[in-house]
Design a protein around this ligand. Structure first.
Ligand code: ADP
Length: 624
């Protein structure tokens, strides 16, 4: 129309630029376009492209109309379009290479299971045989040429006696399998003597293989869901196996290759199969009695199991709106009053937080654990919250300790009389010497027994006390140490042990019950003397540490084997040492008393020991 109306000049009369100039302009324009597209992307640069076309067209009209020069609009547009096309293809191609590399490596790195596919198939057939007795079962895989290849076979140990129709039956089975593979539907063929069933192994709508079975008992339609469920697991195994067996050829031309793209699809399917299997693990958590929640590192909750919801007093609708802190705030108590600090410490140090939470109004004691989840022991990927109900266990422990202390009380009365009368008899000069000896043994042993019962009672009584119940007054630990050392010097001297105090300056007082702390230090020093050879040194020191005061008893004695270190604090636990005869005074209660006293005062006990070289028992108490 423009030409008809005479708006556009006649091109046949225009001159064209020289070939080198035209070539340079075409190349320059194409290169400029490709740079712009590479930099900005096709979508972002369309305004520039349209602008350049408008400028070119205007220039061309002006050139042709006023200067009779053809400015090569069509070649420019053509070269520009080609340049755009190639640039875009190149960009997509390089992205595709990156995508293929990530995708094809993903299933391999994700596969944690080391059990091979064939073993898993064989195990699957065994399981199937347990729930549905089989005469024979074969798993076929679909090979590339759409033929079926048997991979695993199961045969009942007591097969039918030589069946003359075996080959015909086999052919019939294979035909049934081909039919099942092509239609994707379960096929069965029943005769009077037996049934043959072909189950297509479907994964993501694709047939990975076929399971052919000849059930031992009668096959009913109720068994179909079972076969389909086992079949889907078989399909996942086959897909994974065929993917790992079929290595990628070249990745550079994947973008244009059908096989290459199919392989990417396979990789995606294998990944999906893995996700299905991993979902099994997550589903299991729903059925356990302990509370479990998993949160991602952005605080979103990935999973909260019903038990945890119950502990938190929430219903599942509320849980959807919660994040990690919202959930943890439901467990706030005086010992766990700032969940943010606990989580921050876990993230900073990687060390799990653990605390015992007592909800008195609900009469419930819970153990709470917050730990960091790591991907293959390295990168943090989430936070796990684990809650266990200790109420029943604590009640049981209390009942046990109540019973034991009741029994001990009952034992004390007859023991006192035994001891009293035995002591009286030892004074009786009319008794023959041997009888007197026996009586004095009775007196000593009954005394030892009442000492044991007394220590035991004091430990159990302490255990049942609340922290507030212990009478606390300001107490200088260095003075307690000095007094204890003075009272135990005679015992140390008997064994020629040097018992010394390491001088300390300016030790602040602590809030404590003097007699309990004194007894605890006495137990530690007594042990140090008891479990050290003659002519060694026992050092007792007091030191100020940030917010606590530490008392440390160090000896050069027998030491404690590594495996016993945790247990020495337990009631009645005694370390068995070769060549050391049984100590009359040893009850295994001394250290548990120390721990109980220290914990009642809000402190902590510590043990550092090396067998044969000595031990260092210490405890800390909060300073005033
Ligand atoms: P016991 O009445 O047997 O001394 P404790 O509870 O005080 O009971 O100690 C438990 C065990 O720990 C003892 O059997 C002993 O073997 C070991 N033990 C305690 N203190 C020391 C020490 N200083 N050196 C070596 N072993 C020790």
């Amino acid at each position: 129309m423009c030409w008809r109306l005479g708006l556009l000049p006649n091109l046949s009369t225009s001159s064209t630029p020289d070939v080198p100039v035209a070539g340079a302009v075409l190349v320059g324009y194409s290169v400029a376009l490709s740079i712009v597209v590479n930099r900005l992307g096709l979508r972002n640069c369309w305004r520039y492209l349209a602008g350049s076309v408008v400028v070119l067209a205007t220039g061309w009209i002006v050139g042709a109309k006023f200067f009779a020069v053809d400015l090569l609009l069509l070649p420019l547009l053509l070269s520009g379009s080609l340049s755009l096309l190639f640039t875009q293809v190149d960009r997509l191609w390089s992205l595709d290479r990156q995508f293929a590399r990530t995708l094809l490596n993903a299933p391999v790195t994700n596969a944690d299971s080391i059990v091979g596919a064939n073993e898993r198939l064989a195990s699957g057939l065994k399981l199937l045989n347990t729930v549905l007795p089989l005469n024979e079962a074969v798993v076929f895989t679909c090979a590339e040429s759409n033929t079926l290849e048997p991979v695993v076979r199961y045969k009942s140990p007591a097969p039918n006696p030589q069946d003359p129709r075996r080959n015909a039956v086999w052919r019939e089975g294979v035909r049934l399998c081909q039919h099942a593979a092509s239609t994707g539907k379960l096929m069965s063929h029943k005769t009077q003597e037996s049934a043959t069933v072909a189950v297509p192994l479907l994964h993501e709508g694709e047939t990975a293989g076929v399971l052919l079975i000849r059930p031992g008992s009668e096959f009913s339609d109720d068994d179909i869901p079972l076969l389909e469920a086992v079949g889907s697991q078989f399909a996942r195994n086959l897909k994974r196996e065929s993917f790992s067996k079929n290595p990628a050829r070249t990745q550079s031309l994947n973008y244009f290759s059908q096989t290459g793209n199919k392989r990417k699809l396979d990789a995606l399917n294998v990944l999906k199969a893995l996700t299905v299997e991993q979902r099994c693990e997550a589903r299991t958590l729903a059925h356990i009695e302990d509370g479990i929640a998993i949160a991602y590192l952005d605080g979103t909750l990935a999973l909260v199991n019903p038990s945890l919801l119950l502990f938190a007093g929430l219903n599942s609708d509320k849980a959807v709106e919660l994040d990690l802190f919202g959930l943890l705030h439901r467990f706030r108590t005086d010992v766990f009053d700032e969940p943010e600090i606990a989580v921050r410490r876990v993230l900073q140090t990687g060390v799990a937080y653990e605390g015992e939470l007592n909800f008195e109004h609900k009469n419930q004691i819970l153990n709470l654990r917050i730990s960091l989840l790591r991907e293959r022991q390295r990168e943090p990927i989430g936070i796990a919250v684990y809650v266990k109900d200790l109420t029943a266990q604590k009640e049981y422990e209390k009942l046990k300790s109540d019973m034991i202390s009741l029994m001990s009380h009952e034992l004390r009365t007859p023991l006192t009389s035994i001891n009293g009368f035995a002591e009286l008899l030892t004074q009786d000069q009319t008794l023959p010497p041997q009888a007197r000896e026996f009586v004095s043994i009775i007196a000593n042993e009954s005394q030892r027994m009442s000492r044991m019962i007394n220590t035991f009672l004091s430990v159990t009584q302490l255990e049942r006390k609340d922290k507030q119940e212990v009478l606390k007054i300001p107490l200088r630990l260095d003075e307690v140490v000095r007094d204890t050392i003075a009272s135990l010097q005679p015992v140390a001297k008997k064994k020629r042990i040097r018992l010394i105090e390491q001088p300390a300056h300016r030790i602040p007082p602590v809030a404590a019950d003097r007699s309990l702390i004194m007894q605890a230090v006495k137990n530690l020093v007594n042990n140090a003397i008891k479990y050290s050879p003659e002519r060694t040194t026992v050092t007792v020191s007091t030191a100020l540490e940030a917010e606590t005061v530490r008392v440390c008893v160090e000896d050069r004695g027998y030491g404690i084997p590594a495996e016993a270190k945790e247990r020495v604090w337990d009631k009645f636990y005694r370390v068995v040492r070769e060549g050391q005869e049984k100590d009359e005074e040893s009850t295994g209660l001394g250290l548990s008393f120390v721990r109980e006293v220290v914990e009642q005062h809000g402190g902590q006990v510590e043990l550092d020991s090396e067998e044969g070289r000595g031990s260092k028992f210490s405890f800390t108490l909060p300073r005033l």
